[in-house]
Design a protein around this ligand. Structure first.
Ligand code: MG
Length: 391
């Protein structure tokens, strides 16, 4: 029997070049505060946590977490790690419950669940490596030949540059696109007009035979969303994402019940219980968990089954291998997000610089390798000099 011998957490801090995004490139929850200056500061992540689950035979499973790596590392090192050492990684369901129930007083959502996610991903990668199979083959195998992916960037920026960027993705063969709004409730009717102009500009380039998704990244409120939705309907968006803060579940339900634009959300929701609540209240028409926050593969698989019962498709947040394996193995995950590779900006891009093995899209599809065990990623040497390593 394999046993988990140790858990090792390492933070990779990006020290390479960083590109500053344009002002008002994306709305966010702090827009409603009175602070000025760098509003996106708390939502930028230039560090990534790697969580290695080391087996007694020397095999190493790699898990990861992107949000608040320094605090997540502490949660793992001080509370979670001892709960899984000496245990059998194939007891993944028991180990998940053991971590969840032992951190119930302060865990459940946020840092606690992100720590559990990083360990759970490491356990699944380890199981794949021991079984010599990719994770998607352990949880359902191929439900699709390839995974359709949407190009997810198109931040708010001057119209000519936005259209140029949309044109690039179109030429690369993408058939689905997601763009961001730049203005919210504090920007008044002038901001509404600017938001509408952004959507119009992208539709001008991609036409109406392609899918377009709209993202507010928690930067609006219910009243603003209700007032702008009627003006967005004519652009036929596939969804409107995170129009209100994740705790405003009643707001989500109200917007989704309008029935005019499907509401998407969940990249800031946690565990089976969080999604059970959203689904019971018909708060979302698309679920967007991220396996490195929601509770790993173990939690994501339970949410997939529940979402299927409610006929709500799951389109995981971000690309990244832990999410691609879930999309490949579940028929209720019709497609996936893809962040086009760019210079380090917000931090989503770091995954490509840190890990080797992420597939590149061709004509709007990505494929997974049948022969790479686990998630099929390793720590890359290519950009090593651009990271500070903190263990
Ligand atoms: Mg999003």
């Amino acid at each position: 029997m394999t046993k988990i011998k140790d858990i090792k957490t390492t933070i990779y801090k990006w020290t390479g070049p960083i590109v500053s995004p344009a002002q008002n490139f994306c709305t966010n929850p702090t827009d409603l505060l009175r602070e000025k200056g760098d509003k996106m500061k708390s939502f930028r992540f230039h560090e990534w946590l790697v969580c290695e689950v080391i087996a007694d035979d020397g095999t190493v499973g790699i898990g990861n977490a992107a949000l608040a790596p320094q605090v997540t590392k502490k949660a793992i090192d001080c509370y979670l790690k001892d709960l899984v050492i000496e245990e059998d990684p194939f007891d993944y369901e028991y180990l998940w419950e053991k971590m969840y129930r032992n951190t119930m007083a302060w865990g459940r959502k946020g840092i606690g669940m992100i720590g559990i996610s990083a360990i759970d991903l490491g356990i699944w990668d380890l199981m794949g490596k021991i079984k010599k199979k990719p994770v998607f083959k352990l949880i359902g195998n191929r439900t699709k030949e390839k995974i359709p992916v949407y190009a997810s960037k198109l931040y708010s920026q001057p119209i000519n540059e936005l259209q140029k960027e949309a044109g690039t993705y179109l030429k690369e063969g993408f058939k689905m696109f997601k763009m961001r709004f730049g203005w919210g409730p504090k920007d008044g009717p002038e901001g509404v007009k600017k938001n509408i102009n952004l959507v119009n500009a992208v539709r001008e380039v991609i036409g109406y035979d392609k899918e377009l998704m709209l993202e507010a990244y928690m930067g609006w409120n219910l009243e603003y969303a209700k007032s702008i939705i009627p003006q967005l309907i004519k652009f036929k968006p596939k969804w409107l994402e995170e129009p209100v803060i994740p705790d405003d579940i009643a707001g989500y339900s109200e917007l989704n019940a309008l029935g005019s634009i499907p509401i998407a959300g969940g990249e800031h929701e946690f565990s089976f219980y969080g999604f059970k609540h959203l689904l019971e209240l018909k708060a979302v028409s698309f679920i967007q968990y991220d396996a490195n926050r929601v509770g790993g593969i173990t939690a994501a698989q339970k949410i997939n089954i529940l979402a299927e019962k409610y006929n709500v498709p799951v389109v995981p947040h971000a690309g990244q291998m832990h999410n691609y394996h879930l999309t490949m193995a579940n028929s209720n995950c019709p497609f996936s997000e893809y962040f086009p590779v760019s210079q380090v900006e917000i931090g989503n891009e770091l995954f490509y610089y840190l890990f080797e093995g992420e597939p590149k899209p061709k004509n709007g599809f990505i494929d997974l390798n049948d022969n790479l065990p686990g998630f099929g990623i390793t720590i890359s040497d290519k950009f090593k000099s651009n990271f500070d390593v903190i263990s």
